[in-house]
Write a protein that binds this ligand. Sequence first.
Ligand code: NAD
Length: 247
Amino acid sequence: MRLKDKVAIVTGGAHGMGEAEVRLFAEQGAAVVIADLLDKEGEAVAADINAGQGRARFVRTDVTSEADWQRLIAETVATYGKLDILVNNAGISGSAVGDVDLLAGWQRIMNVNATSVFLGTKHAAAAMAKAGRGSIVNISSIMGFVGSEDSHPGYAASKGAVRIYTKAAAAKYGPMGIRVNSVHPGFMPPMLNATNQAGRASKIAATPLRRLGEPIEVAYGVLFLASDEASFVTGTELVIDGGYIAQ
Ligand code: NAD
């Protein structure tokens, strides 16, 4: 068990890649708190894990709310006694905020995808510092490295912010024993379900491995960074993209 006796929070853990991370972490021995807005899905994932060998609970959380973060971390520590791992995975795609030129859309996507990571890291690090150890994994994107004509510029800006904030946080929290790393998935099914078949085909064609990724392929990378196997890894970028940005 690679996360035996660890306590983890995964934001956006009720669906998509976050759900894959929650299930893998639970299989690997962690108690997992699913922090999401989706009550029904989050409760169902937690119930499924608890019906098996695992430990999980759902805490309704809006990652843009500082009060929700404070409550989430307090409830996690009250339930499981500590916090070892935070995965800042919750996010929205450009299609969720409409017209790419609207200021409100830019602000919304920055808030959900980037400001949430600052809030989560700040509050998780305060809890982890008491134990003198912890691992924070921030989910960025290939769009944190490169732009794309058919992607919302605010999405790329938000993921670029996550990438560099991760390094600043690694420098700030390293002396407290807290590691902070970013993961950069390529094109994956969950968010792409919202795009049309032509968009899907062009993304497959642009990926050297000629397919979309699977959530579990990202989850294994997140697991490594979250675990003690990565005990000397901080401030780094793990790209899991089928080769998209290698070209
Ligand atoms: P998804 O839409 O399946 O899951 C995102 C989850 O985040 C959902 O459960 C949603 O309810 C939750 N969420 C959204 N806003 C929230 C908020 N304010 N508070 C709490 N929870 C909230 O998406 P996914 O494809 O699994 O994406 C997960 C992460 O990976 C995102 O950060 C995304 O930007 C990133 N990513 C996705 C892809 C892709 O192609 N799917 C590629 C690179 C990076």
